[in-house]
Design a protein around this ligand. Structure first.
Ligand SMILES: Nc1ncnc2c1ncn2[C@@H]1O[C@H](COP(=O)(O)OP(=O)(O)O)[C@@H](O)[C@H]1O
Ligand SMILES: [Mg+2]
Length: 255
């Protein structure tokens, strides 16, 4: 069994003649938190959709938890936990009803389902809010409930697409405490974010710019090696070196 939770070689996606993900190589060891960073429109969600088994790659190959992304997408979907950029909670349902609903989707039953739901309510600090309508929860609570829904079936791999976008700093910190805890228990996490404080909590990060990984490595090592103060400065320097970049008013589409 591979010790890599995610392994891709030259994974590529083209929509028509637009190259959106260009020969991306990823090696993510089990139990790591991998941060996928890059400006809007860089191909992060497209890469994630290929890894989740919902979008077929144009070329290249990849395995997720040992399953082939082209040949075994259904196995991948069952095994992973996924929180999409616009996560789908049923706002008119209560916290408990949302958990009950997703529990059914994952095939959990009876006492096992009840125990798992209670465990997650506790993990996410949602105790006392079980009967609250999820539409009336604040952004941070909603997002923690969505995380619980993605965790019901005890996935070994969690894929989170901008889970903390637009969420206040305290809620972001609580969310990351949960992620860090899960990783300590052996769960692998692939997460996209625009927040550099979050990027610094990752074991490894990859910076993707319009389909190409420009740089990857451990956050602290990258900062040291490039003699910059922080990751923001590093990425801005990298973007400035690109021919087509928004800082120069250049074209954003690769054809
Ligand atoms: N189904 C699709 N058909 C055509 N173009 C798409 C499709 N999905 C995404 N794109 C394009 O791919 C590029 C990358 O998008 P995306 O992967 O969502 O980037 P990110 O998540 O980094 O913001 C964008 O230019 C987007 O418009
Ligand atoms: Mg996206």
């Amino acid at each position: 069994m591979s010790e890599l939770a995610i392994h891709t070689e030259k994974l590529t996606k083209q929509f028509g003649n637009v190259l959106v993900v260009n020969e991306v190589d990823l090696k993510i060891p089990k139990g790591h938190i991998y941060g996928f960073l890059g400006p809007n429109g860089s191909g992060k969600s497209t890469m994630i959709r290929m890894l989740c088994g919902v979008l077929e790659p144009t070329s290249g190959k990849g395995t997720v938890l040992g399953y082939d992304v082209k040949a075994e997408p259904e196995r991948i979907k069952q095994k992973i936990g996924y929180m999409s950029q616009k996560f789908s909670l049923y706002e008119e349902l209560t916290v408990k009803e949302n958990l009950e609903f997703y529990s059914g989707i994952y095939g959990l039953k009876g006492q096992e389902s009840k125990d798992r739901q209670n465990e997650l309510i506790e993990l996410a600090g949602l105790v006392g809010r079980e009967e609250q309508c999820s539409g009336s929860l604040s952004g941070g609570w909603k997002q923690r409930l969505a995380l619980c829904c993605a965790l019901l079936h005890r996935p070994e791999l969690l894929i989170l697409d901008e889970p903390t976008a637009g969420v206040d700093p305290v809620s972001r910190r609580i969310f990351w405490d949960i992620i860090t805890q899960l990783a300590k228990e052996g769960v692998t996490v692939l997460v996209t974010t625009h927040y550099m404080d979050e990027a610094e909590l990752c074991n490894e990060i990859g910076f993707i710019f319009f389909g190409n990984i420009l740089i990857k490595g451990q956050p602290e090592e990258l900062i040291k090696a490039h003699h910059v103060q922080n990751l923001d400065d590093l990425f801005i320097n990298l973007v400035e070196q690109q021919d087509h970049n928004p800082l120069k008013g250049g074209s954003l589409t690769y054809v």
